[in-house]
Ligand binder design. Structure first.
Ligand code: CP
Length: 337
């Protein structure tokens, strides 16, 4: 079985992504009945973080435990990741200990370096370029909250705000699946040409559509889902006054903007959020908001991803083989100690 990594949704076809979402839904159904199968019994996950995390860290660790496995949290600065040891050596060594690696790296190149050298599956838990696990979870959440009878290919998704790593992944997966995607932002903060080229190529294949515009009111008028993300991130503190001036108040998701969308519109945010900045409390805590269902779905998504990538590679010894090995070891211990 070929080794598969999960670094970019662009590495997968529409059919593969929809199959993954079907698997996640089966695992979620099992979880809701208290019947999660222990498919990864005895398996280990290394979680490498160069940045802090709440959702990614907890959902992967809890997910692995619920599947019968074990997760190691290797927090920023805890291991040699390109410092005092080459990335290649670290990736090869970790691969000898664990069955799967999940990493959050500052630079996308670090993620690609891990993939190049690891001999177990690597899952991208966010880089400066993208956040693929988040957006698989987002599509699952959209399917669960779509207007009754509406086909996935007819979903209208509008992202209002900065061209973040979540935006790149969201526009890629939505266009790959054939949805209609709109980005509304001031010119300077709109999706770059390179991302637009990828999204347009996806649309050509899938029949989806992609638009970028400055007017947020026009952008939300047919939206089934309005999504936003932080306007600045760690390392962009110097830009806060300029960014605040560019986005506020026009691009804030508040009730005035929601009222320009269809009545059924749902509000999404990957979190963490700066409440009162990119979205108001009134919206985040309204009936339109599905942000906590979205956050919960990270857990089900991580479990689906882990099973999808790891289960096919686990060594599955028969009861007879296990008994033979246990017998040999016990005989040795009893005759020597
Ligand atoms: N959405 C998300 O990735 O959250 P964390 O940064 O808390 O992991």
């Amino acid at each position: 079985m070929e080794l598969k990594h999960f670094i970019d949704t662009q590495d997968f076809t529409k059919a593969e992504l929809l199959d993954l979402i079907k698997l996640i839904r089966l695992i979620k159904q099992a979880d809701k009945q208290g019947a999660t199968p222990k498919l990864l019994e005895g398996a280990s996950l290394a979680m490498l973080f160069e940045e802090p995390s709440t959702r990614t860290r907890i959902s992967f660790e809890v997910g692995m435990t619920e599947l019968g496995g074990h997760a190691l949290y290797l927090k920023p600065g805890e291991i040699h990741l390109g410092v005092r040891e080459s990335l290649s050596d670290t990736a090869q060594v970790i691969s000898r200990y664990v069955d799967v690696i999940m990493a959050r790296t500052l630079k996308h190149e670090t993620m690609l370096g891990l993939v190049e050298n690891a001999t177990v599956p690597v899952i991208n838990g966010l880089t400066d370029y993208n956040h693929p696990t988040q957006v698989v979870c987002d599509v699952l959440t959209m399917i669960e909250h779509a207007p009754e009878g509406k086909k996935l290919e007819d979903f209208n998704v509008t992202f209002v705000g900065d061209a973040t790593n979540v935006l790149s992944s969201l526009m890629f997966i939505c266009t790959r699946l054939g949805m209609n995607f709109t980005h509304a932002a001031p010119k300077k903060y709109q999706a770059p040409d390179a991302w637009m080229e990828i999204a347009k190529a996806n649309c050509k294949q899938s029949g989806g559509s992609i638009r970028v515009m400055e007017d947020p009111i026009d952008a939300v008028k047919d939206a089934d889902f309005i999504y936003t993300d932080l306007w600045w991130w760690v390392g962009q503190e110097d830009e806060i006054p300029e960014r605040r001036a560019a986005f506020m108040p026009r691009y804030q998701v508040n009730m005035d903007l929601i009222e320009h969308a269809p009545e059924h519109v749902k509000f999404m945010h990957c979190l963490p959020a700066s409440r009162g900045v990119e979205a108001t409390d009134e919206v985040m805590d309204s009936d339109h908001s599905i942000i906590f269902d979205q956050a919960e779905n990270r857990l089900h998504t991580e479990k689906g991803l882990l099973v999808w990538l790891v289960y096919p590679h686990l060594k599955k010894a028969s009861a007879e083989q296990k008994a033979v090995h246990a017998g040999q070891i016990v005989d040795f211990l009893e005759s020597h100690f």
